[in-house]
Design a protein around this ligand. Structure first.
Ligand SMILES: NC(=O)c1ccc[n+]([C@@H]2O[C@H](COP(=O)([O-])OP(=O)(O)OC[C@H]3O[C@@H](n4cnc5c(N)ncnc54)[C@H](O)[C@@H]3O)[C@@H](O)[C@H]2O)c1
Ligand SMILES: N[C@H](C(=O)O)[C@H](O)COP(=O)(O)O
Length: 331
């Protein structure tokens, strides 16, 4: 029996639905100890707004944990943000909460990181260049990472993440794709227990380039790479035309799909199961799992935001952290 994992939990944008979802999570018993890194006042106001009890306690006092109580490390915001109205002056502390929590994982104080939604524009408006938490965590850890979203139906990894569509083709290189595929394969094997992962790779162009008549990236970059990796014994499917790759009849044939860009893969994933989907960062030295939704500013403070994705993220991160603890113990 492995020990109970400790998970760092970060609410995200103070004016969004993240804080109240964390309050909902605090009402439950989990197979992990949750330690929330964030602003006390924001959490207590969220609890008050949705009419749930919340008592913030010291992380060093796990015996006092229980429904309505939450271990907490204070990262104070600069300003009080009204529900639904991000305050750019809080950008620095919103990012600091992520960095401090991630650092706790890097230092071994926590076994995994669960994050709520961050408002990308609010962070940039606050003077901090920020494209996403995936990229932030990669830089902090000095690792190349891969974003993969998953629900009970499909896993979708991305070859490129938060960059303008205009920049995507130039970002698709054989070296980059190979690195991404290796990270995805290793995660499927080590974290998801799939001994010989089958990965479908989407084409970049309509109909996967139609033999070069609708674009050449498949012929010049993707196909030679997949052939080389197949020679190494990989099971790779594709490059598949993206429009039909996700047909229900095809999905049982692979363990994950590698999409070339954000909005090629994620609409399918979110349409097929928004509530139970999670966002994983593969390649970090610790498991990081986030919600699949954004800040939903229009719902904040109303008590109607669905906590299912956050709950799924906590469950998934607990499972991954427990497996890593067991592997470390066995090594
Ligand atoms: N994990 C993250 O940090 C994350 C993920 C996606 C988007 N974002 C950011 O969030 C901001 C808003 O993005 P958006 O409007 O495109 O997406 P969004 O997910 O916030 O909202 C899309 C739709 O889904 C609904 N919705 C979202 N979460 C819900 C929940 N838990 N319960 C019920 N309904 C829910 C919203 O009301 C809205 O109709 C942007 O700045 C975006 O970059 C962050
Ligand atoms: N691409 C994610 C999604 O659409 O759900 C989201 O923007 C969050 O990504 P980060 O975890 O990198 O912030």
């Amino acid at each position: 029996m492995t020990r109970r994992p400790r998970l760092a939990l970060v609410p995200g944008e103070p004016a969004g639905i993240g804080p109240e979802l964390v309050v909902r999570a605090a009402q439950r018993d989990w197979d992990a100890q949750l330690i929330c890194y964030g602003d006390r006042d924001t959490l207590l106001r969220a609890a008050d707004a949705i009419g749930l009890p919340l008592r913030l306690i010291s992380p060093n006092d796990p015996s006092a944990a229980g429904p309505g109580r939450l271990a907490h490390v204070e990262i104070p915001n600069r300003d009080r943000a009204a529900f639904g109205q991000p305050e750019p002056r809080n950008a620095r502390t919103t990012i600091a909460a992520l960095e401090v929590a991630a650092n706790a994982c890097l230092e071994g104080l926590c076994d995994g990181l669960v994050t709520g939604p961050v408002h990308k524009a609010a962070i940039n408006d606050g003077g901090i260049p920020y494209t996403g938490t995936t990229e932030l965590l990669a830089t902090q850890a000095g690792r190349v990472v891969v974003m993969m979203l998953a629900n009970d139906i499909v896993r979708v990894a991305l070859a490129t993440t938060h960059l303008p569509l205009r920049a995507v083709p130039d970002a698709i290189t054989a070296a980059g794709l190979e690195c991404t595929l290796r990270i995805v394969r290793d995660a499927l094997r080590d974290d998801f227990g799939i001994a010989a992962p089958r990965i479908a790779v989407l084409g970049l162009n309509p109909h996967a380039g139609e033999d070069g008549h609708l674009g050449r990236e498949e012929l010049d970059i993707v196909i030679p790479l997949l052939d080389r990796l197949r020679d190494e014994g990989w099971t790779l499917i594709g490059p598949l035309p993206a429009d039909t790759a996700f047909l229900p009849a095809k999905l049982p044939g692979f363990d994950a799909v590698l999409a070339m860009y954000h909005d090629q893969g994620l609409p399918v994933l979110k349409y097929s199961g928004f509530e139970r989907a999670v966002n994983l960062t593969l390649g970090l030295p610790y498991p990081r799992v986030a919600v699949d939704h954004g800040t939903a500013l229009e719902l904040a403070g109303r008590g109607i935001a669905d906590p299912s994705s956050l709950f799924a993220a906590i469950e998934t991160c607990t499972r991954l952290a427990r497996a890593r603890i067991a592997r470390t113990a066995a090594a």
